[in-house]
Design a protein. Sequence first.
Length: 51
Amino acid sequence: MKIAFIGEAVSGFGGMETVISNVIHTFENSSPKINCEMFFFCRNDKMDKAW
């Protein structure tokens, strides 16, 4: 099975990325293994990285 987490990069990197990363690691260590990817896109190619 494959799962993709897709969302908008609102500002910086932090909570949402950490939670999804932990979920991905949990799925990848499960039996049977679930392949996961995380994708974030920037609206208008801009993101506030000052977080």
